[in-house]
Design a protein around this ligand. Structure first.
Ligand code: ATP
Ligand code: MG
Ligand code: MG
Length: 554
């Protein structure tokens, strides 16, 4: 295995270790908010944090960042756990920010007592006006110099539900003239009279993200709290909050930032993904067109392809967009090595082999992979009538057409050489049936002279009388634009591709009848396909994961 150079986060850790941090103090966390399903962007963070855990043999917590009861649900908590495990990672502990509500409250009371926090009775509009701008200092709230006693009384009454939403907040008393806007007396608590999915109605004040995150990291003794770039400007505040409670005998967590993963031809914000689900643009969070982990899983992606993608795309200090073709390349590369190869016809036309006996059938032994060991084989039935793809036949064509044409031969994969003699057409001139003859001695693998005859084309096929019907869902990109949410004057939904789902009635070889949900195959010459969860006893459903053609330019 080639030796990889360190990414910049690993370099920070190596420097800390070199400066005396002991390896057994390393601890990481992945902190999703349970307000939606995980997507391929989260996978970057998961692979980074859990990857560090594996590399340094350090624990990684799964911490649900559940401080906003309005948007959070148990359904999301469950789905997130399933997705992290499916990706192949194991956390040390499952924890919730809401576990720390009481501790956070007690600390807030301490801050009030130290004169470092106050209750503000203004509306959010009034507070916003006083905030100033990056070039203009803010002005102090008229409530900033309330006495400790009054603040304690008001904060208790906030907690006890005496005030309506939006009427009172608790703010940290830092500096309204600070160059960093986040330091201008940020809000620590707001009143929210909402049911919380874990703490029920115990609380009607909820802590803000900044107040919660650093303190949670500190409580869990996370050594490196890795988040995305938009939090870089929050780092001063993160440090200020931690320093208010920091006991020097313990570890002081450190926030470091990397660029979000963006992917071309999709959107990643959970708010926008939720919109697609709620407005019925897609059929749920796990619709195979969604960039969610559950959507990719249903589409046929493997955990290892997603991990390889995350590693290959790497992490960066600057915002950037990763080409979706790289993701597609990673799954193709994986399935090329792992998926059994079978035959299916998506756009069928009938071939009649006129010199093959009508009542005869043969079960031909066909390898699942001709180029690798260990895949085994299965019997594939052959008979007088078969289906091939419509586009694999032309009455006449030039020399470069290596498929079936009149008076020429092709080999049928795993079977015989056939020659087209004539065809039947309907009133529109469409070919409905092709009449061929076969070379009886040319069976693949039989060792005969005729079996070794070189003919240019090889076609996939299925026997008409043995074929299984299947519904095949062929997907295209969900958006027609590379950056659907990158337009100032247009909503991302204006770029939805109206033809992102194409349902085809196909014929597949009978060995696929017993395929199970998530089983993955190469349909020879067509692409990679996976069994969908909508499959029933009487209706086989496949999703096309990716076509064979690779558009990734290395
Ligand atoms: P969204 O805007 O989609 O709601 P979020 O950052 O609010 O994203 P969280 O559930 O809070 O979503 O994210 C959990 C963790 O995953 C955070 O550490 C966050 O920084 C990280 N993360 C989220 N989106 C991405 C992304 N696109 N690329 C890399 N990391 C991400
Ligand atoms: Mg969010
Ligand atoms: Mg977040």
């Amino acid at each position: 295995e080639e030796k990889k150079s360190l990414n910049f986060i690993e370099q920070i850790i190596e420097d800390d270790l070199a400066n005396g941090l002991s390896n057994d103090k390393l601890r990481f966390r992945f902190p999703p908010e349970p307000n939606g399903y995980l997507h391929i962007g989260h996978a970057a963070s998961i692979c980074l944090n859990f990857g560090l855990g594996l590399k340094y043999n350090a624990p990684v917590n799964l911490r649900f960042d559940d401080t906003n009861p309005a948007k959070e649900e148990q359904e999301y908590v469950d789905a997130i756990q399933q997705d992290v495990q499916w990706l192949g990672f194991q956390w040390d502990k499952v924890l919730y920010s809401s576990d720390y509500f009481q501790q956070l409250f007690d600390w807030a009371v301490e801050l009030i007592k130290e004169g470092k926090a106050y209750v503000d009775d203004q509306t959010s509009e009034e507070m916003a006006k006083q905030k100033g701008t990056p070039t203009e200092v803010g002005t102090n709230s008229p409530f900033r110099d309330r006495s400790v006693e009054e603040n304690l009384d008001l904060f208790m009454r906030m907690k006890n539900g005496e005030f309506d939403e939006g009427t009172h907040v608790l703010r940290a008393k830092i500096d309204m003239e600070h160059v960093n806007m986040h330091m201008r007396d940020p809000i620590m608590y707001r009143v929210l009279k909402k049911h919380h999915h874990r703490t029920g109605n115990d609380w009607c004040i909820y802590p803000m993200y900044d107040w919660t995150h650093g303190e949670s990291d500190y409580l869990e003794q996370i050594s490196h709290s890795i988040c995305t770039l938009e939090f870089k400007s929050h780092r001063d505040l993160y440090d200020w909050y931690v320093d208010q409670v920091y006991d020097t005998s313990l570890l002081r967590p450190k926030q470091r930032e990397f660029a979000r993963r963006n992917l071309s031809y999709t959107v990643m914000s959970k708010r926008k993904l939720l919109q697609l689900v709620e407005e019925g643009v897609v059929n749920g969070w796990d619709d195979p067109r969604m960039p969610t982990i559950s959507g990719l899983r249903r589409r046929g992606y493997t955990p290892s392809a997603i991990r390889t993608f995350s590693d290959t795309a790497g992490i960066s200090k600057r915002d950037n967009v990763t080409d979706v073709a790289l993701l597609e390349h990673c799954i193709k590369d994986d399935l090329n090595k792992t998926a059994p190869r079978v035959m299916a016809v998506l756009d069928p036309v009938k071939v009649v082999i006129t010199n093959y006996p009508e009542d005869k059938e043969e079960f031909l032994d066909a390898n699942y992979n001709d180029y690798a060991e260990g895949f085994g084989s299965r019997p594939v039935p052959f008979s007088r009538e078969i289906y091939i793809e419509k586009e694999d036949f032309r009455e006449q064509a030039n020399k470069k057409f290596f498929r079936l044409k009149l008076d020429k031969e092709v080999r049928l994969k795993n079977a015989y050489i056939i020659k087209a003699n004539s065809c039947v057409k309907d009133e529109n001139g469409e070919v409905t049936e092709i009449h061929c003859t076969y070379d009886e001695d040319s069976l693949s693998g039989s060792g005969s002279e005729a079996s070794k005859r070189k003919v240019k084309g090889t076609l996939h096929w299925v026997s008409v009388k043995h074929a299984e019907k299947a519904e095949v869902r062929v997907y295209d990109r969900l958006f027609t634009d590379e950056a659907p949410d990158g337009h100032k004057d247009k909503d991302f939904k204006e770029f939805i591709n109206p033809d992102s789902l194409n349902v085809i009635n196909a014929f597949v070889e009978p060995s696929l009848k017993d395929a199970k949900e998530l089983d993955r195959f190469q349909f020879q010459r067509l692409g990679y396909f996976c069994v969908d969860k909508d499959t029933t006893e009487s209706n086989l459903v496949f999703n096309r994961t990716v076509p064979l053609r690779d558009s990734w330019a290395k």
